[in-house]
Structures are given as C-alpha cells and as structure tokens.
Ligand binder design. Structure first.
Ligand code: GDP
Length: 178
C-alpha cells in the first residue's frame, strides 16, 4: 500500500519560569537561530510557530506562547497554560532561586493544567557553567525531574547547546492526529 501522507498536528507550547531566566531567548534560538545579549525584554510578543519533523514521518507544529514578561508584574492567568499540550519550565543554572520558582510552576501545572500535558524542566544558561557561576547541579535538577516524572534538559539559548534537541524530544512525546 502507498505510505500514508504526512500529517501536521498543531500543539500549544508555553514557557514558564522566573523573569530573566531566558524564556524568550530560548524561543528566539529555537525559531530563528538567533541570540541577542542586549535584547529588550519581551513586550507584547504574541506567538511564534515552529514545525518539527518526528520519527513517524509526521510533523508537530508548535504554537509557542511567550508570557510577554507578564510574570514580572502580575500572576499569569491560568488560561495561558490550561489548554497547553506542552510546557517548558525554565530556570537559570546560575540561580538557585529560579529553581524554586520552577518548582512552584510545576505544582501549579499539576493543579491546573491538563493531566496529559508534557512538561520539560529546562536549566538554561549552561554556557555560564564553565565560568564557575553554576548554583544548581545537574544531579539535583535531574533527581527532581525524575521524582516528578518530567523531562529534563540543560540548555544554552546563547550557544544553542541542547536547544533543538530538547524541543525535538518534546515533539516526539506529542500525540499526532491521524
Ligand atoms: P525571560 O525574561 O525569561 O524571557 O528572559 P530573556 O530571554 O529576556 O533573557 C534574560 C537575559 O538573560 C537577557 O539578557 C539574555 O540575553 C540573557 N540570556 C538568556 N539566555 C541566556 C543563555 O543561555 N546564556 C546567557 N549567558 N545569557 C542568557
């Protein structure tokens, strides 16, 4: 029989985490392959899309929602993540406080999001580990992710290390339409 034609499934992905951990930078690196040291913090960026081929021969089209920096001023409306298929909860490996904030976001998702949501804990700014600035060990974060049944990645939006691989792994976990 002729192979089934490829199917593209749209999936909503949100980024959560403390302000300045690099959420917007991760999106920019993933979607445009760019990094900007002096970029103004997100103001009103709506959403971006990126399509990823998956093993089955199909495609996952991520609709990526950035918080537009709202977490800085007020709490995010649950509607932002309630209908999400995937969430990347970002912390900064040079900030132990940002991991605490990530833990709080994960509890929030466990309370409010769809139980089938795929969650990835992402330790960003991996490029700063070599400069001796690391405050969160890989082991500590991996152990937490394992306990909570989350995916885990350490990444750098600056050097692009691990970024594509992380989104690709998330895409592989997305159910696709048939
Ligand atoms: P957001 O508030 O979580 O969206 O964070 P931004 O994407 O605005 O990034 C906050 C700051 O961290 C900016 O100055 C970025 O240039 C910087 N930044 C983001 N990702 C990285 C990274 O992987 N490595 C380094 N060294 N800096 C980063």
């Amino acid at each position: 029989a002729a192979p089934a034609p490829p199917v593209t499934s749209s999936r909503k992905l949100v980024l959560l985490g403390e302000s300045a951990v690099g959420k917007s930078s991760l999106v920019l690196q993933f979607v445009k392959g760019q990094f900007d040291d002096y970029r103004e913090s997100t103001i009103g960026a709506a959403f971006l899309t990126q399509t990823v081929p998956v093993e089955s021969g199909n495609f996952v089209k991520f609709e990526i929602w950035d918080t537009a920096g709202q977490e800085r001023y007020k709490s995010l409306a649950p509607m932002y993540y309630r209908s999400a298929h995937a969430a990347v909860v970002v912390y900064d490996i040079t900030s132990a406080a940002s991991l605490l904030k990530a833990r709080a976001w994960i509890s929030e998702l466990q309370r409010q999001a769809d139980p089938s949501i795929v969650v990835c804990l992402a330790g960003n700014k991996l490029d700063l580990a070599d400069a001796g600035q690391r405050q969160v060990s890989t082991d500590e974060a991996q152990k937490f992710a394992d306990e909570e049944g989350l995916m885990f990645a350490e990444v750098s939006a600056k050097t692009a290390q691990g970024v594509e691989d992380m989104f690709k792994r998330i895409a592989e976990r997305m159910p696709v339409d048939t």
